[in-house]
Design a protein around this ligand. Sequence first.
Ligand code: AMP
Ligand code: GLY
Length: 470
Amino acid sequence: MRVLVVGGGAREHAIAWGLARSQADVVAVCAQPHPGLDRIAKASLRADPADPAAVVKFAKAQGVRFAVIGPEGPLAAGVADALRTAEVPVVGPSKAGAQIETSKRFCRELMEKHGVHASPRYVSISSPAEVDPAVREFVGPFVVKPVGLTSGKGVWVQGRDFQAPEEGGAYARQLLSGGGSVLLEERMEGEEFSLMAFVTDSGVYPMPVVQDYKRAGVGDEGPNTGGMGSYSQRDHLLPFLSQSHRDAALDVVQRTVQALRAEGIPYRGILYGGFMLTARGPLLIEFNARFGDPEGINALTLYEEGNLAGLLEGVANGRVDRSFLQFRQRATVVKYLAPPGYPLTPSAGGVLELDEPAIEALGVRVLYANVEPAGAGRVKMSTSRAVALVGEASAITEASHRVDAAVARVKGTFTWRPDVGSREDVQRRTEHMRRLLSPGAKPSPLPLSVARPDAPASSAGSLDQVMGPA
Ligand code: AMP
Ligand code: GLY
């Protein structure tokens, strides 16, 4: 069967890889030459993936059985709608469904209207005159976020990206001067996790939970990025996240899908809940209407022996057979290499030299993001994330070490986070969560919106069991 992949990042490389492995003939739309997709695809269109007419024309000419849309841009531009109108089934929601990601205001208001109580306290504003009164609504620290898409980079958190409330107010005014609306939210404290699910007419099917590393620097220092890396644990939970936390988050995802349906918005695709595990239970940071990048890479790596083409065809057609949902019980770690200065002052044009066979011999896969081929084993970076290296093992530390060994074989100048999935880092997060969830912890001054889960921290016994030896 022929399957169209729309988009040209490492996530789309992983999707195409999985489809090809399950005997699909992949064809791709991506804007520029792509060292990974070009190897896999039987045919490629160089066009803007967010151009509905170009994508539909190519899909029809290629006679594809269905399409998979990777990034949010094409969803926001209505590419899924255009494909469905042309009778091409799609993994990816309509433009209306994608509002769950493209408008943080739509998302919060939908949840509120339908009684999905998993939001922090928030105020939505659309004019500069509303800024000061809104800032005064918050007794504690708050967060300022543009309502629209920002690739994870527009959010400012008090205590990190700004200090005094007035600075947050000034940032909100700056955002408003560019048009659009802004959300102010209570700053939640806890650890983040990503719960992605396949959503069809027949139900919501969760993937293993993943933790993303959003900040640019080691120890979560520096500005927000698209995601510098991510890890997942063998039992599909996380060292600080129990089954009851996961189930509470899944309930939020399921009830949000029902809320969309109740609004007359059916949803076929991936729904990704970005959550913060807090002392009040999991609260929603944001929804995305697609596989996370990098988190989708962890999930797809665990799906590697499954029939991805069969699974995604089911999603596109609204019905999934549960027998397709088999994720392997392994730990995975993804680390991204990005151009120096990423994300604030990235320098484009640097070359990376990768000996792929040597890296693969270490049990690590190379997935290409925003790079162009530059001759044998060489790729040229642009201004965003360049290459994802994916390792797996029975325990997180070992998977992380494998990726480190692979990074050591890459020649060139780049920035990355060696601490993704490292023992010290995961321990720090687990301790942080243990402190927050301990019975003696200071209770939140705000009303409880989600039942406090009974289980304290870790799911899978001792940290040693899930991390493996240091
Ligand atoms: P978003 O684009 O909404 O995913 O936000 C990007 C990042 O900002 C999140 O991954 C969090 O680290 C942080 N963030 C967003 N909203 C909040 C909040 N209400 N409280 C604390 N951190 C937040
Ligand atoms: N890793 C965050 C995202 O995919 O939006």
